[in-house]
Write a protein that binds this ligand. Structure first.
Ligand code: ATP
Ligand code: MG
Ligand code: MG
Ligand code: MG
Length: 439
């Protein structure tokens, strides 16, 4: 992509409304635009990162055996009356009436709808386990939308729903999602800590929030420092081996970790003083087991191996991809801007032409651009007529992992300079070696 053609409205000034660094940097780099209270458009740079985050989530959900569907955003109030949640949910739910005076709502979550899909088709234990997920916009009329996409009213959620014959099956499904979450966040360069959590209005008796430690986080959390050293399972983890998966969950739930709602002083005091980490955190994911909370009122049952009808045991598993972008930036930036982890970077390389119009610089850049692109590396080529200093500032601000800098002096010597955005390390390389070095 050529920067001269790329829609990336950079702001020179710090936007006054942005209180935290991720919000500031997302606005300044032209990733998002606020459209109303808690509502944002995703501009090309932001959309590219959002797509990468979603793709990682998808790959890990699929690996763990979940299947992707897509349910509508608008739901019928009657479905929510079946579970009793239409009246319980309160003011966070956006209620809508259509031209026939039918009561509708913009979904804040999808337990009812997915349970309706399940009960319409699945009748036998032989079709279990089943886990269906989608990545879809949600609306919650938050009392205090703030911090940009961190807490917005319209936001993206990956929500998965598992259906099993009994508690043991549901527990195994819960464990698979637990391990999938560890991998998902680690692939985005994040240290996530699963913490015992309150089950809130969804109800149930087994729940973990996945928390990223950050001083700007809205949750107060308490955990053992041991989590910072723990190794996340690699891609060879076998999701069809319940014992292996349970073992990983066991290991990751042994050290103390709880959000303030679930915090227990007696347990906490058993953690060695030096290992006690009380901090603030960002909730990026949340998994629940809630048994028959929805299957019972909505009549979702299957015939078991015993020939009897069994209400299915369910769980739900949420991740906030839009909030994740902000969380990644909170965890990875410096005074000059964002530092994207490679796996979610909008482009891998910023190719900076320091002297557009200089035949040698233009020629070297065009060749590099073609070579890098042909090697499958995503390049944002700064072919604009800005001053070099302003190009460097933009490249640092948008935080692509590598910068390839081409200037008249280097080109004369047949060289380009590459800079690692994270470490700041620079290296001069023959022009012909750049692609190999970055590939
Ligand atoms: P919070 O405690 O921050 O209000 P929640 O517990 O209400 O979140 P869940 O119902 O558990 O949220 O939803 C699953 C995930 O959706 C959350 O872990 C979070 O990543 C994301 N999410 C929830 N609310 C918002 C929001 N207002 N803006 C952006 N992401 C959100
Ligand atoms: Mg909430
Ligand atoms: Mg919460
Ligand atoms: Mg939650």
């Amino acid at each position: 992509m050529r920067l001269s053609r790329f829609f990336m409205p950079i702001l020179k000034e710090n936007p006054r409304e942005a209180e935290i660094v991720s919000h500031r940097l997302m606005l300044r780099s032209g990733m998002i635009r606020q459209q109303g209270a808690g509502s944002f458009s995703w501009l090309p740079l932001g959309k590219r990162v959002l797509d990468k985050v979603n793709q990682i989530i998808r790959e890990e959900q699929n690996r763990a055996g979940a299947q992707e569907i897509l349910m509508p955003t608008i739901q019928s109030a009657d479905l929510w009356r079946e579970s009793g949640r239409y009246d319980d949910y309160g003011k966070e739910m956006l209620r809508i009436t259509d031209r026939h005076d039918r009561e509708l709502l913009y979904g804040p979550t999808n337990e009812e709808m997915v349970t309706d899909i399940f009960r319409s088709y699945v009748k036998s234990y032989k079709d279990l386990p089943l886990n269906l997920y989608h990545i879809q916009w949600k609306f919650r009329d938050e009392v205090r939308p703030r911090f940009g996409v961190m807490r917005s009213r319209e936001f993206l959620m990956k929500d998965a729903y598992s259906f099993d014959l009994d508690y043991d099956g549901a527990k195994a499904a819960y464990n698979r999602m637990f391990v999938a979450y560890l991998r998902t966040f680690a692939r985005m360069g994040l240290n996530s800590i699963p913490m015992r959590a309150d089950t809130g209005p969804i109800g149930g008796d087994l729940s973990h929030e996945f928390i990223i430690l950050a001083s700007t986080g809205e949750s107060e959390v308490f955990c053992d420092r041991a989590f910072l050293q723990m190794e996340v399972p690699d891609e060879n983890v076998n999701f069809s081996d319940d014992a292996e998966i349970a073992g990983i969950v066991e290991k990751w739930t042994t050290p103390y970790a709880a959000t303030d709602e679930m915090h227990e002083e007696a347990e906490w005091s058993k953690v060695k003083g030096d290992d006690q980490l009380s901090a603030r955190g960002i909730e990026v994911g949340h998994i629940f087991h809630f048994g028959t909370k929805y299957s019972e009122p909505m009549g979702a049952s299957v015939t078991g191996p015993d020939g009897q009808e069994h209400l299915v045991s369910m769980g739900s598993y949420g991740i906030g991809p839009s909030r994740l972008l902000a969380a990644i930036i909170e965890a990875s930036h410096d005074e000059n801007g964002i530092i994207w982890p490679e796996a979610v970077a909008p482009f891998q390389v910023a190719l900076i032409n320091m002297k557009v119009g200089d035949e040698a610089c233009d020629g070297a850049c065009e060749t590099l651009y073609d070579e890098l692109t042909a090697a499958g590396i995503e390049v944002l080529y700064d072919d604009t007529d800005q001053r070099a200093g302003s190009k460097f500032a933009t490249a640092d601000l948008i935080g692509l992992p590598w910068q390839v800098i081409v200037g008249p002096r280097g080109v004369k010597a047949g060289e380009a300079e590459i800079k690692n955005r994270r470490t700041g390390e620079r290296e001069a390389l023959p022009l012909g070696d750049v692609t190999k070095r970055l590939g």
